[in-house]
Design a protein around this ligand. Structure first.
Ligand code: ATP
Length: 342
């Protein structure tokens, strides 16, 4: 996969009146990347996507495409494909006509259009549905038409704004699989807005995490999940156990458990539940806890625990020892390399 920077977001800011929707955003998107813009509602994801697409102008900063300043290029000149939250299909046109639409605008020949439409219909699994109107299609099928239409003229970049949010869970999973396949097969750069952490982790080659209009972190799914840059990212990306640190002793608060010097200046030690376990005798770290509750989940159990300082922890057990009752005194362990300070 090529790795040259295709899109550069340089000190981009966006204000709506006095309201700052985006701070000073800097990031690069490589050709062929699948970048998810992830964050809670109102964090500025759609705003950034809109600026990249050229549907609105930034208040400050520059956007580059293949090294050229595209800040003032209208959307049409950028020529990026766009798939929105709703399907935004033309209701009076058939599936084939919807997909053909951008090709007609580009004044391609009839033969070329027919070929390309047939190819796209097959690519998104809609063969046999060409003559149907959008209202005769399911939500998933409509979203496939929208994808086919956006990809029909082979844009270099496809922008997607929560395209699956209207679909039920099963269909959403199916469409995610298809989007992964399309991305793999086409090598087109995808920029994908979502507030769904699992979706971002499962689909992306890179994730940019936003909060209150500020970029919190950008990296591969593994990087942002395993090494969150700050507490917001750690908490936003999944369950996390947080233990207070005692700044004066360099130990976990209220314990004599010493931690590496790298914790200086941080208030908590963070450990994902899947990296925490019940301690064995030879574990270096042994943190005493009390069992508050045990939740049976079928293939595993979730233990809800409390430290002597009243901090809540969670871990998963594959086996479910029957002699464990709420109130039991236990010890938990983790490997130092799986913990990070936030
Ligand atoms: P969501 O997941 O809810 O779509 P988002 O992260 O995409 O959220 P944006 O749509 O980018 O967030 O909005 C960022 C902030 O800017 C929000 O507080 C929003 O209310 C505000 N905003 C967006 N568009 C406008 C506008 N046209 N005029 C005024 N404020 C706006």
């Amino acid at each position: 996969m090529a790795s040259t920077t295709q899109i550069e977001v340089c000190s981009i800011g966006k204000k709506y009146g006095k309201f700052k929707a985006l701070g000073d955003i800097n990031l690069g998107i490589a050709e062929g990347e699948f970048l998810s813009l992830l964050g809670p509602s109102g964090s500025g994801k759609t705003t950034l996507l809109t600026l990249i697409g050229g549907y609105d102008a930034p208040s400050s900063g520059r956007l580059l495409f293949d090294g050229q300043d595209m800040t003032n290029w209208p959307a049409k000149q950028r020529g990026f494909g766009m798939v929105f939250q709703g399907y935004a299909l033309f209701p009076h046109l058939t599936v084939a006509e919807n997909i053909a639409f951008p090709l007609k605008v580009q004044k391609r020949s009839k033969a070329q259009i027919a070929d390309r439409v047939a190819q796209m219909v097959e690519m998104v699994g809609l063969s046999g549905h060409e003559a149907k109107k959008p209202t005769a299609l399911s939500g998933g099928q409509q979203q496939r038409v929208a994808l086919a239409r956006a990809l029909a003229y082979e844009p270099k970049v496809l922008l997607l704004d929560e395209p699956f949010s209207a679909l039920d869970k099963n269909l959403r999973g199916q469409m995610q699989e298809e989007l992964r396949r399309l991305h793999r097969d086409l090598g087109t750069t995808f920029v994908f807005v979502t507030h769904d952490q699992e979706e971002a982790l499962a689909l992306s080659t890179h994730i940019a995490i936003f909060n209150h209009g500020e970029l919190q972190q950008i990296g591969t799914p593994e990087e942002v999940y395993e090494r969150p840059a700050n507490r917001f990212t750690a908490e936003f990306l999944g369950d996390i156990n947080l233990l207070s640190l005692d700044g004066s002793t360099g130990c976990l608060a209220e314990t004599a458990i010493e931690l590496p010097k790298t914790i200086a200046g941080q208030s908590h030690l963070a450990i994902r539940p899947e990296h925490m376990r019940l301690a064995a005798d030879d574990d270096a770290i042994q943190l005493p806890v009390r069992l508050r509750d045990r939740v049976y989940l079928g293939s595993k159990s979730r233990l809800l625990l409390e430290t002597s300082g009243g901090e809540e922890l969670m871990l998963y057990l594959d086996n479910d020892p029957t002699d464990m009752r709420p109130g039991s005194e236990l010890r938990v362990a983790w490997d130092a390399r799986d913990s990070f300070a936030v």
